[in-house]
Design a protein around this ligand. Sequence first.
Ligand SMILES: [Zn+2]
Length: 282
Amino acid sequence: MLLPEEVSRYSRQLLLSEIGVGGQEKLKKAKVLIVGAGGLGSPVAMYLAAAGVGTIGIADFDQIDLSNLQRQIAYISKDIGKQKSEVISAHLKEMNPLVNIITHNAALTGKNAFDILKDYQIAVDCSDNFQTRYLLNDACVLLGKPYVYGSVSELKGQASVFYAKEGPCYRCLYPEPPSLALKPCMTSGVLGVLPGVIGCIMANEVLKLAIGKQSVQPKLLTGRLLLFSAWEASFDELKILKDESCLVCGREPSIKELIDYEEFCGLKKNGSACFSLAPHSP
Ligand SMILES: [Zn+2]
């Protein structure tokens, strides 16, 4: 049941036959975990809270740095030095007091990933490093949950939905993390608006996953890699096939527990973790 305040707040969504009261009630019941509260996590969290996703978890261990403000739009200058998870949670609660925000002030690891993920239906990868990406993919495959993926670097971004029950997982596309020796990980530049574009696409996928079919079945990015070039103002799309020999979602998977890739890519605990796109073009 929607409260009178919810009927008013979400009235422009309720008018859509693709959402309606049934879809809004599903959003209210939805539990979504956002991993990473940076450039991608800011728009994803803000749009999901505004749309009325009932429970939003924010997992982030980082603090706000001056250099974040060019693209991490949930934060303002006076937030510098504070914990991202705490600042964004307070911001979301002010935006929409009707949604429940849960803060996980921690990095996702092989030890805590199942525990953090177990109560959520959908995970959103707004991380900026390969460790978290592979960990989240494997955890979602092993728990049977969908995972909305996005990444950005320089002037390009990509997004997809990985759901091993219905299509490929991230390892079907990129089986192994890049070798540190072969792919030295450097902090690259990024156009500030780019995580905004990709983050909005990710939020859109989350909403469709949560709402499902009301009047019309939504078409998801499952099995599709959406590519966006900011400088060329162009979208492209690649088909991703499920790999029957995938290490984690294939017929005979060898990965049955979570792996912590601690050393590669030089993840720093306090700030400039590498902000990079997928290691190679598919
Ligand atoms: Zn797979």
